[in-house]
Design a protein around this ligand. Structure first.
Ligand code: SER
Length: 382
């Protein structure tokens, strides 16, 4: 099953069950939200979970693009991406957690044909409703204190039930906490409380259900491939990038992931800068360029073919053209190249004059010459 087909199957399944679809999601959070990027499907719906009516009603479904920089160091493994899509469903004070679990099971096993013997659930010890449902459905359950979801230090939160799939070759062994071949695919949260500034929990007037399913992870399973990087979403990237820039497998994955994220971030209106969202974009691109230039400083993003840019633009329905994306990429590449040339001269003069750099040197290089510490470290350890 192709990624787009899975999205349609998921959305249709919930439309048939009285949900309405939210269209036109973006990585940019609503005004007034302190975080830089949307990190989960529920994020833009926080106020609705806390009780504000949603114009589309009490049952919603969508596909939300998300960006998590917290997972940056894990990108390159089989499951983590900086930009990923979350299939989400919500019940605002309508049906309850057990109903959500039943539908989740019906979709995964009944509609998508996952082998129930490869499923495992985890639940929070305070959740007394989920375990009997999982037992009835024949899915083993593990209790963990980790099964508590919140969107940050304050705001809605509650116990969750996570669904894992066995990705190992042989029959399943262990549990999600003892064997990391259990891959989390879907999280069903029952939002019961609001955590206030003082840390205290206040019960929500109407409990809600919020679920988030990692699209690329489920596609990996359904397509029977080794990693998210081998799914149809990444196929054009895998086709072009190794030919353009021969790198080892991990670096290839990082380059494809970061460039794809950069296109989405640019498409959602962000431009490279030294602060906020623009700085995240800048770091993604500079990390790519650092990897590309380590072996061959002449490599350039100008070699990215238009159809690769279009593939990502079309998939995310971005309102930008390949030439516009290319202009931003090349402008940033030029700036970084200039900065490296200038930085190399300044750092080498400083090393000759006063030996290994101290914290004060790093501060001065940043404040006087605009050379951030991570860049100077890259220059010192290419
Ligand atoms: N909020 C939960 C998560 O991000 C479910 O959507 O995992």
């Amino acid at each position: 099953m192709k990624t787009d087909q899975l999205v349609r199957t998921f959305v249709d399944f919930y439309l048939e069950r009285g949900h309405r679809e939210i269209i036109g999601t973006t990585l940019i959070p609503p005004p007034g939200d302190p975080v830089l990027f949307t990190t989960s499907g529920m994020h833009p719906l926080t106020a609705n979970i806390e009780g504000r009516p949603h114009p589309l009603g009490r049952r919603l479904v969508d596909v939300q693009r998300c960006l998590r920089t917290t997972d940056l160091d894990e990108v390159g493994d089989d499951t983590h991406l900086t930009t990923f899509e979350m299939l989400g469903t919500w019940s605002f004070g309508d049906y309850d957690g057990p109903q959500s679990l039943r539908w989740g099971y019906e979709l995964l096993v009944g509609r998508l044909g996952l082998d129930v013997r490869r499923l495992h659930a985890t639940v929070h010890p305070t959740d007394l409703l989920a375990p009997p449902i999982w037992s009835e459905l024949g899915v083993p359950v593990e209790h963990t204190g980790e099964n508590w979801w919140s969107n940050g230090p304050t705001g809605p939160c509650g116990p969750d039930s996570e669904i894992f799939y066995w990705s190992g070759d042989g029959p399943p062994t262990g549990t999600p906490t003892t064997d990391d071949r259990w891959v989390e695919i879907w999280n069903h949260v029952t939002m019961l409380y609001r955590r206030g500034e003082d840390g205290a929990l206040t019960p929500l007037e109407q409990p809600s259900v919020d679920t988030g399913l990692g699209l690329e992870r489920l596609v990996t399973i359904l397509q029977g491939v080794q990693s998210v990087h081998h799914t149809d979403t990444f196929l054009p990237w895998r086709h072009h990038v190794p030919g353009l820039w021969p790198l080892d497998e991990t670096d290839t994955r990082v380059v494809c992931d970061h460039l794809r994220s950069a296109i989405v971030v640019i498409g959602d209106g962000v431009r490279p800068s030294n602060t906020g969202r623009g700085y995240v974009l800048r770091r993604l691109l500079r990390r790519v360029l650092t990897l590309l230039w380590r072996d061959k400083p002449g490599r350039t993003l100008a070699d990215l073919p238009d159809d690769l840019l279009s593939h990502t633009i079309d998939h995310f329905r971005l309102l930008i053209s390949p030439p516009e994306v290319r202009t931003v990429l090349l402008d940033e590449e030029r700036r970084f190249r200039d900065l490296l040339i200038r930085g190399r001269q300044i750092v080498s003069r400083r090393l000759t004059r006063s030996g290994p750099l101290t914290d004060a040197d790093f501060r001065d290089l940043h404040d006087t010459h605009g050379l951030p510490r991570d860049l100077v470290e890259t220059l010192l350890n290419p």
